[in-house]
Write a protein that binds this ligand. Structure first.
Ligand SMILES: O=C(O)C1=C[C@@H](OP(=O)(O)O)[C@@H](O)[C@H](O)C1
Ligand SMILES: C=C(OP(=O)(O)O)C(=O)O
Length: 437
């Protein structure tokens, strides 16, 4: 039974201190680096995000798993609950964790074992062919268990590398590129990766290279070719910063409030996370970000919103947050760079269109751009939002409780994927009523 949750507006100004968990993106990279460095690199501040906890269990529990060939990390579809089941092959189920799916696909090509790598029903619809083709070109042995181009995969490790330089399309998912870069230092011949066409979500590739650098791995990025020679990791530790994508929901709350004073400890202005651009974006909505006392203080001053165009290609995970804020304020902005949204946890464009209709707002596609039509906007007394097994649908629509007296969300636990404490944090600033059965 998936419980719903009902939230309503705080009676006071949005004020408080919120300690966000570690970045899911940074943590997933750090865990793979830790595993590939054979423990020379240690991860500090491991994220509570369910995707990261699951990946840590798979990678850090590797010793235990390798000793038995019959462990299935998650027998229930869409569940994070690990348990054991008899199988001929070791099956690793990463549930809905897309980043983990992509990183592990590359990781297992280096291991001395054969695995079936699978995920939730949605994961089986999220494409992975571009990464599989690239790994096969390097010499990996990977086959599709069900549908060509999609998980589950059968991966036979111990890659016999036959090529050092390959080309890869950059416009589907940067996660494929990160997956390849993470294993590059351990590849017998190293890696030269030529990125063909546009590179989507570029800051995530930069994050990967910066984190490899922290672990002592050098790279060269000239024009569209990234090269990493075979090399050893340094003995070091990697600190996972708090999650800027999670911070975006607090910016949205501030943007929809008349006044706000929210302190988010541990966030810095020099983050590796591209989503820290939320500070600049939200400045358009009257939010000031002051970096002080080891964190960021958000304050709100009402001001007219001038910016009408937002290119979100570098920060796709902010799209829902920003689109919902604009819709709620009746700000008819245009958004570009949303091409990858259809292959994430859900088709986020369709999900946004369906749920925004509940406040009379339309998100209209027009020549690779999307524009809000707020002419029919209304504020209902109460509303039930569907969440589509997408944590960001719940968290991006939650700030609407500032304007709508009673907001209900389907499947409260959906937020666990990246921000398990989301509802309890809302409660801390006066929002939440308890989950209804
Ligand atoms: O590398 C990462 O940690 C991520 C990259 C992005 O995916 P795409 O590159 O597929 O856009 C982002 O949407 C995802 O949440 C996390
Ligand atoms: C797209 C996301 O995650 P993933 O691709 O790792 O499932 C996300 O967290 O918004």
């Amino acid at each position: 039974m998936k419980p719903n949750i009902v939230i309503s507006k705080p009676s006071r100004v949005s004020k408080g201190t919120i300690q966000l968990t570690g970045s899911k993106s940074e943590c997933n990279r750090a865990l793979v680096i830790e595993a590939l460095s054979k423990g020379k690199v240690k991860v500090q501040n491991v994220s509570d995000a369910a995707d990261a906890v699951l990946l840590a269990g798979i990678l850090r529990g590797a010793q235990e798993v390798h000793s038995s060939l019959i462990i299935d990390h998650s027998p229930n579809e869409d569940s994070y609950e690990p348990s054991t089941m008899n199988h001929e092959l070791k099956t690793v189920n990463i549930g809905p964790a897309g980043t983990a799916m992509r990183f592990l696909t590359a990781y297992f090509t280096l291991q001395d074992e054969e695995v079936i790598l699978t995920g939730s029903e949605r994961m089986k619809q999220r494409p992975i062919g571009v990464l599989v083709d690239a790994l096969r070109e390097l010499g990996a042995d990977i086959s599709y268990v069900e549908n060509e181009g999609y998980p589950p995969l059968k991966i036979t490790g111990n890659i016999q590398q036959s090529a050092a330089r390959i080309a890869i399309k950059g416009n589907i998912s940067s996660q494929y590129i990160t997956a390849l870069l993470l294993i590059a230092p351990n590849l017998p011949l190293g890696l030269g990766l030529e990125i063909i066409g546009d590179l989507t979500s570029r800051p995530y590739v930069e994050m990967t290279l910066a984190m490899l650098e922290q672990a002592g791995i050098k790279h060269n990025w000239t024009d569209n070719v990234i090269s990493i020679a075979k090399q050893d990791f340094s003995e070091t530790s990697i600190w996972v910063e708090p999650d800027w994508s999670a911070a975006s929901y607090w910016y949205a709350i501030a943007a929809l409030s008349d006044e706000a004073e929210l302190f988010l400890p541990g966030l810095t202005s020099y983050s590796l996370q591209g989503d820290s651009v939320i500070t600049e974006i939200m400045a358009n909505f009257g939010i000031t970000s002051q970096f002080k006392d080891g964190g960021v203080l958000l304050t709100k001053e009402p001001k007219p919103i001038i910016r009408k165009e937002f290119d979100l290609k570098k920060c796709p995970d902010l799209a829902q947050t920003i689109v919902v804020v604009c819709a709620a304020l009746g700000h008819e902005a245009t958004f570009t760079g949303l091409e990858t949204l259809k292959i994430k946890e859900t088709d986020r464009i369709a999900a946004l269109q369906n749920e925004l209709a509940k406040i009379g707002v339309k998100l209209i596609e027009n020549n690779e751009a999307y524009t809000l039509d707020c002419s029919g906007k209304f504020i209902p007394e109460k509303v039930l939002f569907h969440t589509y097994e997408d944590h960001r649908m719940a968290m991006a629509f939650a700030p609407l409780a500032i304007l709508i007296p009673e907001v209900e969300f389907e499947d409260a636990n959906v937020v666990e994927k990246s921000y398990p404490a989301f509802w309890t944090d809302l409660e801390k600033v006066g929002f939440v009523s308890p989950p209804t059965p």
